[in-house]
Every structure is written in C-alpha cells, then in structure tokens.
Design a protein around this ligand. Structure first.
Ligand code: CBF
Length: 829
C-alpha cells in the first residue's frame, strides 16, 4: 500500500496537540520559501537536496515556536528543571522522527509527492550525527525523547563534536577508520547561539585571600581561557506540543588571533592558539567501556561541565531565590562519571564566586547531583592522575582533597573498627601514582547512585561499591534501562506498527504496556499470518540492502541471526563465530543435511586502539569469505559483516531479525539496550543470564527466550576454583577442530598466524571471558533454535509473545521511575 493511505491509522490525531504558534502556511509552502530565502536557491524545481534542506528548515520553524512557548512556561510556572549531562548523545537521523512527533509526516509525503520525490529517498540526504560510542549515548537520546514526550522541564547537555565516531570501512577484511565529518554541509538541526558564550579556564594558579569575616578565600586565575559556545538541538515530544533541547558546547578561541605574532609576520603562529583551543570539541573519543586517559579527554569533560554549570546558575539567578533553593529548582543527572567534575566545579563557583561557606555549598551539591553507573569493567571506572588535575584544574584538586578529608573523617568516626575502610573508599587511590577515583567522587557528591538493570545494580551493591552501601545505605537504587517506542518500533517498523495500531489502537505508542493485549491474539491464525508477512517484508528490505551494499544474495526465508554492537571481548562475538565455523564443518561433513538455512549477520565497530577486537572483526570477515564462496555450504549458511554499524543501520536490522544474539559473559554487560530493541520487534533472544536479558526473560516468559550458559555466580565460582580452558579444548573434539582451524591458515591461505593472538588468548591466555566454558551450551541452544524455527506456528507465537512482553522496557517507564525515585519533577504539558 502507499504510505499516505495508512499513516492516519497509525498515530494519535493531530488536533489534540496543536500548540500556540500553529501556522497558516503548509509545510510544503514553508519548505519552498526556505529553499529560496534561506538557502538562496531556485525553488521553481526541487531536487532531493533542496527538498531535504527546505523541509528541515520548515520543521525547525515549527519546533522553535513550540520550544520558545515551552521555555516561557517553565519560567512562568517556576518549574524545577532537570539537567541531563552526557558526554555522548546518539540521536540518529532527525527528519523522520521529528515529522512523526510533530504530526507532519502526511504533509511531508504530500509535498514530496507533488515534486516526484519520496521521503525514503530524501532521508538519505541526512547525515547521522555519531556523537556517541554505543549504548550510553543511545540511552541518553532515548531518555531525551521520553522526557519531551512526558512534558518534562529537561535539558540535555553535551559537546558538539566536529567529528563524531569514526566511519568504519572494511578493506580486505580489516576495519579501517575514516573521519566522520558529519558537519561538512552544516546542520540546520543545530542552532548556533553565539551569544551564549562562556569563558572556560584551564591551568593557572590559585591565590588565597581573607574576606571581611576573616575567612580564607580562593581565587583561580591566569592560565588559558577557551570559549564555550552553545549549539541547540531540538527534541519534540510525541504529539504533545512540547519541545525540549540538547545544548551542545563548541570550543571557540578566546582570542581571534594573537596580534603581536600576527604583526610580526608569523601568520601560522598567530592562528596556532586558535587551532589548539578549538581542538577541545574537535573529536569524540572512540572508546566504549574503556576510556583513554588522555589530557584532552579530561579537558573535554571539564569544558562541557563548566559551561553547563554556568548556564544552570545563570537561569537560577534570574529567579532571585536564595542559594539553598538551587536543588529545589534543579536536579543534575550525571550520565556516568564523565561529567563528575561538575561536583567540584559547582563547589568552586559557590565558594569562590558566590562566597558561600563550605557546609552550605556542600549541602547544595549533595542535594543536586545524581549519578548513573553504566559499567563495572574495571578498566572503564575512570581515574585521573592527581598530578594532571593539579596542573589542569588546580583549584578543583584542592576542593577534591577537602571533600575527601571531610568524608574520610566521617568514615573513621563511624567505622572505628575498620582501619582499612578509609583507604578503600578514599577519593584518591594510593600507589606510586596517586589517582582521583571519579566514581567515588560521584558517589560521595550525589544523593542518588543508580545501576541500569537489576543484576547490574546488585553487582554494584555486592561487589564494586560494596563499602559505600554501608556508608550510604539509602543512596543506591536501580533504574532498568528502556528504549523509546517511537524510534524503535513506530518509526523503524512501519508494517508491524500498522498491524498493532489496527488491532490495539494507537495508544501503545505512548503506553507500551498496551502490547500485553497481543497475548489474546496469538491463537488467531489470520493475525499470525499478518505478523509473519510483516516480518518477511522487513527481511526482504534488509536482504535488498545486503545485496546492494555487500553484493551477497541472502535468502529472506533463512533465519536472520544478528549480533550488532561494539566489538569487545566480553560481548563475545568470538563465541558466535566459533559456532558458525562448527556449523560449517558439520554441513561439509554431511552434504545431505536437512537444516534450516541461516544467515548470520554481524555489525559493530572496534575502538581503533583495541587490537584484539579488530582481530575478531578480521576473523569474522575471513570466515565469511570462505563460507559464502563454498558451493557445499552456501545454500545453508551465509555470513555477512555490515560495515559502519550506526543508528540508521540498526533501524533497518532490528525489525528484520529472527534471532538476537546477547551472549556476553554473565556479569559483564550492565544492561544492554539492543536486546530490548530486537525483542520489542519480535525477535527471539539467545542470551546469557546477564544485564537486562534476565528481566526480558521474566517478562516474555521462559519458553520464549533461549537463555544458556554460566550465570554470574557460576562465572565467579569457576574463576575462584581455577578455570582451565584447555580442559574444554581437550574434551570437546568439535571445539578443538574449530580452534585448530583458527590456528592454521584455513581462513587466511598462506598465513597460519593471522589469528594466533585469538587462539592464544583463548588457551594460554586463560580465556578471560570464558568463551570455551559456554561453547557447548551455546551450540546446543542453537540446535534447538534451528529445530523450533521450522515449526512456523510455534515460532510466530513466540515472536508475538516477545513483543507482548516488552511493554516494561519503554524509556517512558524508565524516565517515570527516575522522576518518582530521583528527580521529583512535575511534567509540564
Ligand atoms: O546503560 C546504557 C549502556 O551503557 C553501556 O553501553 C556503557 O557504555 N557502559 C553498557 O555497556 C551497556 O550495557 C548499557 O546498556
């Protein structure tokens, strides 16, 4: 069917939400106006580019009208505001989502139709902002969507990186990183605000002085100044007239040119300073779960946090309220420890600039900040060398010392019989190089600390932050992650959304728990048929993409088994490829085998400095080359690596997936959110009892998920007992064959050492992520899947039961839990 004919069936009717500022002109008229007057181009005929930019500007006008009205309302209602601080946001492409939220999709279709264009082709013009690495950044964007949809007075804050996460190319099987110059044409979704400009200081010295009451005061001076300039990105709520914004700071030089060297004829020298100042917001650090401890990274953190605190204080000052009301009118959520330097920064502002006393300032901070932890990987728990902070932010180091001194004094007082405790909880680690533990700073300076799934929060309490639980028993809580149903179902899966709205009405888009009503439809044969057709449509669309991009034909009736996520040993893409090799061996051994054809799809980036992850990508591509070209197996087995995995690619993959691979070593994946996207769209999960997989299992039902392998407690116990991967190698001949193949030139003819790093890590290296220990259970579970997939009735029922059980994982639910349990905010719609 033509899209235009059924869009009105999908969503809430428009007239319910039209906010002040509704206009008389149509979207198309405004787009044409912008082509001429904003882009300066002939609007008598349109091409894709002009249509895209014209539409962007026309949509933006509408968002700006609503946004200004909403800002006025915040002041008029004296609302408490949320500041969501995140070094990463991964919004994905904007146009389609913004049209959907504002109820303009139909108008856009009509306008484009008149010009012989379609929305599908013009969204290709859009460049996706890759301002994040993966889960954490995408979560921030899902939460921004829910905050706007719930009408919350909320602001996102981050950095406007000139270069986002690198673009991944695969050359000869290897990952090659290319710069992601997402702003090369500019982005009209971002509004630069050259007047929202704050100077940010680095280095310098601290002077002491006595105030009139004889109190010792501090003054941080000198050093280098960099300007932070605001750029706003708008986030419309779903059809509620509410628009929020994400303010992204861009580094600008403090001085245009160093005039003296300019006059002295040193032109390059005079722009040098400008260049290095701008570097701060130049590029996103490309490491997921393992930050690289470089000075520039700390500079980025302080840069965006200092500008944000200034902005918050600026707005607060307009209210003319006493300082103790700062936490009554504001709450700051720290997305990981990356923005934790905000705590000493606010202390500095209150002490040194506003001249408050320590107790008063500290009391304000402790009521204002809340911290979310997203990982327990030891290498990802940020620490910074004291010496570095002392040099870069000398006043902050003094403040951190003082926070620590007072905190440890309390600890000693209350835990007299535990002389070891203070050094364990100290904000500063001992050792040859003293380091500031940012998670300890965040815990001590916040009123709430939350994990992102039940298991993860339990691990934080039992292991990682165990000492702090006794010191602050009420501070820790869980907020299981969620995903926005707007992007991750309504937008990415139109066929299924249509089917859902037809049977359930369209309220599921803002109340995902409605999906549970699908359980009543599982026995309806016709409904099951339609469900399967929707899935097939999506699979065909993906197959077309694979054909176009990878040049490989895949069978849409084969099982689409997908593992897309960052490459990391703990996520165990290796386990997946080991199983594929064993499947390949079995088919070759039994050419007449009756098996359901399978297409294994991988996607994801490795941090450029993470060699093992890059080796795994290479292995997958080498196996793919061999398997896909083998005439004995290619009708049964295909292995596809999709380059440059990003939000847009996820939107294509998620609705087309039959089996979702969520196979991290139990205890390592804090939550996962990809797992939620797949299950919501009707994929069945093969997964370990890790992160949110456990909660997904509880909600979709045991029979509708394939959980396997060691649980977290068993992983710990096996490690304690002494794990020996050689035992598995010796006792499992199939596994041994696979590993020996990796350790030979089977996949890289003429080069038998290409994967020795992998082989060695799995055996002599002790297999830190217990791939071999879970191998057998994984292979057997796959056999079950392949068997059950053939029973189409059974499989489709399970698929429906997955979608039906996923209502809980809406980011609307998660954000409501943050509102009730942490932020104490009032929606303002
Ligand atoms: O909480 C969101 C996600 O964050 C991570 O991606 C992270 O960057 N620490 C975790 O690895 C995910 O498990 C988690 O879902």
């Amino acid at each position: 069917k033509d899209v235009k004919d059924y869009l009105h069936l999908l969503d809430k009717p428009l007239d319910e939400f039209e906010a002040p500022g509704a206009r008389n002109s149509t979207l198309g008229e405004d787009a044409l106006w912008h082509v001429l007057y904003s882009l300066g181009q002939d609007n008598t005929y349109l091409n894709k580019r002009k249509a895209y930019w014209g539409l962007v500007l026309a949509v933006r006008d509408r968002m700006l009208e609503k946004w200004t009205a909403v800002q006025r309302k915040y002041y008029a209602n004296d609302d408490k505001r949320l500041y969501y601080l995140s070094l990463e946001f991964l919004p994905g492409k904007f146009l389609r989502g913004n049209l959907l939220a504002l109820g303009l999709e139909n108008e856009a279709h009509e306008f484009l139709h008149e010009h012989d264009l379609s929305l599908d082709e013009i969204v290709d013009e859009e460049c996706e902002p890759g301002l994040g690495n993966g889960g954490l950044g995408r979560l921030a964007s899902c939460y921004m969507d829910s905050m706007a949809t719930l009408g919350l007075p909320a602001y996102g804050y981050g950095i406007r990186y000139s270069y986002g996460l690198f673009r991944q190319e695969i050359r000869n099987g290897h990952q090659v990183e290319q710069p992601d110059n997402w702003l090369h044409e500019g982005s009209h979704w971002l509004i630069p605000r050259p007047h929202n400009l704050f100077p940010i200081r680095f280095y310098g010295t601290v002077n002491e002085w006595l105030d009139d009451d004889g109190m010792l005061r501090h003054d941080w001076r000198g050093g280098d100044l960099v300007m932070a300039m605001a750029n706003d990105m708008y986030v419309p709520g779903y059809r509620n007239g509410h628009v929020n914004s994400i303010r992204l700071w861009e580094a600008r030089p403090h001085k245009e040119f160093v005039l003296s060297s300019f006059n002295a004829g040193d032109y390059i020298g005079s722009v040098q300073e400008k260049i290095s100042d701008e570097n701060i917001s130049m590029v996103l650090y490309p490491s997921d779960d393992a930050p690289e401890g470089k000075t520039l990274r700390l500079k980025q953190q302080y840069f965006f946090v200092a500008a944000t605190m200034r902005d918050m204080v600026r707005r607060f000052k307009k209210l003319n309220k006493p300082w103790d009301q700062l936490p009554e009118k504001n709450v700051v959520q720290l997305n990981e420890t990356h923005p934790a330097i905000a705590i000493p920064e606010l202390m500095r502002m209150l002490l040194d600039e506003e001249l408050l006393g320590w107790e008063e300032a500290w009391c304000i901070c402790q009521k204002l900040f809340a911290y979310t932890n997203h990982t327990i990987l030891p290498e990802a728990l940020e620490t910074w060398p004291v010496k570095l902070i002392e040099r870069l932010l000398p006043r902050h180091m003094q403040i951190i010392y003082e926070i620590n001194r007072r905190f440890l004094e309390e600890v000693r007082l209350h835990f007299r019989d535990e002389p070891e405790l203070p050094s364990r909880v100290s904000l500063i680690s001992a050792g040859p190089e003293q380091r500031v533990r940012m998670s300890h700073l965040a815990i001590v300076g916040s009123f709430s600390v939350n994990g992102v799934s039940s298991l993860h929060t339990q691990i934080l309490k039992d292991r990682v932050f165990h000492d702090f639980i006794r010191i602050f028993p009420d501070r820790f809580n869980n907020k299981t992650n969620g995903i926005t149903p707007r992007r991750w179902l309504r937008q990415c899966n139109v066929p299924l959304s249509w089917l859902l709205s037809e049977h359930l009405g369209c309220n599921w888009i803002t109340d995902l728990t409605q999906l549970k009503k699908l359980r009543e439809l599982v026995d309806d044969v016709e409904f099951r048929h339609d469900w399967e057709q929707c899935r097939l449509t999506n699979k065909k669309r993906l197959a077309d993409y694979i054909e176009k991009v990878n040049g490989i034909t895949v069978n849409p009736h084969s099982i689409f088994d997908v593992q897309v996520k960052r490459f990391h040993e703990y996520k165990r893409q290796l386990l997946n490829i080991l199983h594929i090799i064993s499947l390949y061996n079995n088919i070759r051994r039994n050419p007449d085998v009756k098996m359901q054809p399978c297409t294994f799809i991988f996607g994801g980036k490795a941090a450029p400095s993470y060699q093992m992850a890059k080796d795994i990508i290479y292995l997958i591509n080498c196996v793919a080359r061999r398997v896909n070209s083998d005439p004995h197996t290619r009708n049964f087995l295909k292995v596809i690596f999709l380059a440059n995995y990003n939000v847009s690619l996820a939107q294509l993959l998620v609705p087309a997936t039959d089996v979702s691979e969520q196979i991290s070593t139990a205890g390592y994946e804090a939550s996962g959110t990809g797992n939620m996207k797949f299950a919501l769209n009707g994929a069945l999960t093969i997964g370990t009892r890790d992160g949110a997989n456990i909660e997904i299992g509880e909600r979709v039902g045991d029979g509708n998920i394939y959980l396997f392998g060691l649980c977290e407690k068993e992983v710990l116990a096996l490690r304690r007992r002494g794990y020996d991967p050689w035992e598995f190698y010796k006792n499992d001949s199939e596994l041994r064959e696979v590993l020996d193949m990796i350790n030979s030139d089977q996949f890289t003819p003429g080069d038998s050492t290409a994967f020795s790093s992998i082989f060695n890590s799995l055996l002599t290296g002790g297999d830190p992520f217990m791939v071999l220990a879970d191998y057998r259970a994984y292979v057997e579970t796959h056999k079950r899947i392949s068997h059950e997939y053939v029973d189409r009735d059974l499989w489709i029922k399970k698929s429906i039961m997955n979608t039906a059980g996923m209502g809980y994982f809406s980011s609307d639910r998660a954000v409501k839990e943050y509102i009730d349990g942490i932020w104490s905010l009032e929606p303002d719609v």
